[in-house]
Design a binder for this molecule. Sequence first.
Ligand SMILES: Cc1cc2nc3c(=O)[nH]c(=O)nc-3n(C[C@H](O)[C@H](O)[C@H](O)COP(=O)(O)OP(=O)(O)OC[C@H]3O[C@@H](n4cnc5c(N)ncnc54)[C@H](O)[C@@H]3O)c2cc1C
Length: 358
Amino acid sequence: MSKDQQKVDVLIVGQGLAGSALALQLIYRSKKVMVIDQPANNRSSRVAAGLFNPVTGMGIVKTWMEEPIFSYLHEFYAEAEKFFNEKFFFPQLLYRPFGTIEEQNSWMGKSADPTVNNLMADVFTTSHFGNQVHDRFGGLLIKNAGYIDSPAFLKAVQSYLIANQSYWESHFNSDDLVLNNERISYQNIVADYIVMCTGINSLVPFFDWLPIRSLKGETLTISMKQSPEMLLNKGVYVVPTDQPNLYKAGATYSLKELSPATTIEGENEIKEKLGALLKIPFEIVGQDWGIRPTTVDRKPILGSHPVHPKLVIFNGLGTKGVSLAPYFSNQLANWLLEKGEIIKEVNINRFKPLYSKS
Ligand SMILES: Cc1cc2nc3c(=O)[nH]c(=O)nc-3n(C[C@H](O)[C@H](O)[C@H](O)COP(=O)(O)OP(=O)(O)OC[C@H]3O[C@@H](n4cnc5c(N)ncnc54)[C@H](O)[C@@H]3O)c2cc1C
């Protein structure tokens, strides 16, 4: 190693939710990291409304691995707030009105199931928050939900990295990466591992065989004179921002329309859904877009390249980066330090047959 080379334990590329959570996990374990990022390109983690909700979908079901993932996320963000002495984690009840009497009945059928029932703070069969939302069939008041101020979390991680000479604002160019079985080097950096946390970007040439699909999302920023008493979600979510009276509402989901811009169709879709949810008058004051990295089986992808053991990926956080990043960055950090396994559901090994065919 020449004298102007810098040795770190792990080089991380990308400082969205994935790269930020992983960097933090390694810092907690006293590892030296370097994070390369191009923040101007960060459109997914920065525009995210930051919502986490243990009960999702039309059928009102618990999300995948709800118990370990949601209990860990509370621990992770609360600890990160203490570590940075910043506020960005807001656990809060979430109200989900029933859309129809059938939905209410279907829920009542499920309510005997203690694993779902214990996520409910309350269940209403008639309107309960009728001054704020359309809820004539009642609704569910869900525990264990909340939101993070995603830009504030990313900023806190970035400021810490900068203060510790561990941040490099630059475009990562894979032509400059040298890989061997013991370590990697990139320009003047030498590391035991490189972890690609680049979302939908720059998977070429090493990981472009993985089935990571772009899913565009748009959000609206709305202003309301009256604050809802809790987070709201029915077809569309309404989540506070760091500005009083301003809320994020969204999102849309498009696999086809992937233009790098907001659209009038996106605005109309969210506006219509907001009209069906809110009784509080709202005004649209902004619109944003981003592209989520999703996978065919809706699970993250963790692990090393089939041929290059020191080249690792942490990706595929899809629509749930806020809840998945903490738990799986913990798993990945333990695996990198040879202190744990990557579970098969998220392990890159499940896609290895695609590599041999490519
Ligand atoms: C509109 C919208 C709303 C959303 N709302 C929520 C929500 O409420 N709750 C939730 O849980 N999830 C939400 N999500 C999903 C969530 O944002 C994603 O799961 C998450 O952002 C993915 O994080 P990531 O770190 O994998 O990718 P990204 O956020 O895309 O980060 C990748 C980083 O890598 C950098 N990078 C890429 N290539 C290079 C290169 N060559 N050199 C240097 N840097 C590079 C990029 O600049 C970027 O900073 C939302 C997404 C969208 C689009």
